[in-house]
Design a protein around this ligand. Structure first.
Ligand SMILES: *Cc1c(COP(=O)(O)O)cnc(C)c1O
Length: 374
């Protein structure tokens, strides 16, 4: 989806990087393990439709999202690959999933009961979620499993998969992860006593898939790693294999001036120039997802690091320059310029959060531009 933009600011999304990351994981997985590309939250802010198409071209065989709305958007944009909604969808909306061949995540007898009361036509495809220690969604016990299958009507509900989600797969200590794996195997054995048909079994997120590619059952749910981002700082240091980050945030100087000493910058005039200083104005602000906490972070101008000074405004912010630069000079907020790089992890650390959250915070106002070559 190319959108026309008249701004000196955009997110550049490198689809070749997305493909390279899918191929890099695929090369390490068992041949029988498929890749489910996770494109929830508009593809972690990168653009769900474009990322989904690139991932499928590179060999992902299906997609996963968090919401039924997100699945419907993919279908509306011509995507025909299987889609799993990993979050809870109200049974009232099951007909939409049936009509659009979207697979739901189901694990509650209550859900089945309400679903049966709907006047639906056709059967709904589901993956059954097991809660092995994430504490979020899923069947936790043998008794819950029995209750679920007691109510399951196979003429109305097609069980196509079973899965769980790890809470600590990105951490140095794998004890809790191992415990979840053990619980999964116990619950899976019980599941198979209730359900003898063929199912897709999947447990791994990016962290698990990258660390234990040979222990990944039938599929992995590849999210953050597909975008070229590591699931944690620990994993970025450990680097089981090299990922290529797909996202850069680029803008340009719109105004450049030299100020005398002791001149105030931005709302509150919280920054005052120390001596004669060159200051650049940038057309990005918190309405684009550049939160006020970005103040003090370095951006790249002319291949050098220069700090954002004064408060970030809604639509603009200011950078301290080392000299005069022409209007239109490129400024990189995230990504590489020359031999310097500002990574999403550096931004995340400054904002006291994780790369996942920073990627999701860029707003719809920022145009996404798609590159197809690295
Ligand atoms: C988001 C999500 C994933 C993907 O996790 P990454 O760490 O981004 O790979 C996998 N499974 C579930 C259930 C999720 O919610």
């Amino acid at each position: 989806m190319k959108s026309l933009s008249y701004r000196y600011a955009c997110l550049q999304i490198n689809l070749a990087a997305i493909k390279a990351n899918v191929l890099a994981l695929k090369a390490r997985l068992n041949k029988s393990t498929a890749i489910i590309a996770v494109v929830k939250a508009n593809g972690y802010g990168h653009g769900a439709v474009e990322v989904a198409n690139a991932a499928i071209e590179a060999g992902a065989t299906s997609l996963a999202v968090a919401l039924l709305d997100e699945a419907v958007t993919l279908r509306a944009n011509g995507i025909t690959a299987p889609i799993l909604v990993m979050g809870w969808v109200a049974p009232e909306f099951a007909q939409v999933a049936i009509d659009q061949k979207i697979t739901l995540t189901v694990f509650q007898p209550e859900w089945l009961a309400v679903f049966y009361q709907q006047q639906t036509s056709g059967s709904v495809s589901i993956h059954v979620k097991l809660d092995t220690g994430m504490g979020r969604l899923g069947i936790r016990t043998t008794a819950e499993m029995a209750d679920f299958f007691r109510l399951l009507d196979q003429s109305k509900v097609k069980v196509e998969g079973v899965f769980t989600h790890f809470a600590t797969a990105d951490e140095p200590d794998l004890a809790y992860y191992d415990q979840q794996n053990n619980r999964f195997n116990q619950l899976l054995a019980q599941f198979k006593q209730h359900h003898t048909g063929e199912v897709i079994v999947h447990t791994g997120n990016s962290a698990a898939a990258m660390r234990q590619p040979n222990l990944m059952y039938d599929a992995v749910r590849f999210g953050i790693g597909m975008y070229g981002l590591y699931p944690s700082i620990y994993m970025k240091q450990k680097r089981p294999f090299k990922l290529v980050s797909a996202l850069s945030l680029k803008t340009r100087l719109t105004h450049v001036k030299q100020l005398a000493a002791n001149e105030g910058i931005s709302y509150g005039a919280t920054y005052h120039t120390e001596a004669h200083e060159w200051v650049g104005t940038i057309p990005l602000g918190y309405a684009d997802g550049i939160q006020r906490k970005w103040q003090g972070l370095d951006v790249l101008v002319n291949g050098k690091r220069m700090p954002l000074i004064g408060r970030i405004c809604m639509d603009q912010c200011m950078v301290k320059l080392d000299r005069a630069y022409p209007i239109g000079t490129e400024v990189t907020f995230v990504g590489k310029q020359g031999d310097q790089e500002v990574s999403l992890e550096e931004v995340a650390s400054h904002l006291d959060t994780i790369n996942y959250e920073v990627a999701c915070l860029f707003t719809a106002r920022l145009p996404r531009i798609y590159l197809t070559q690295e």
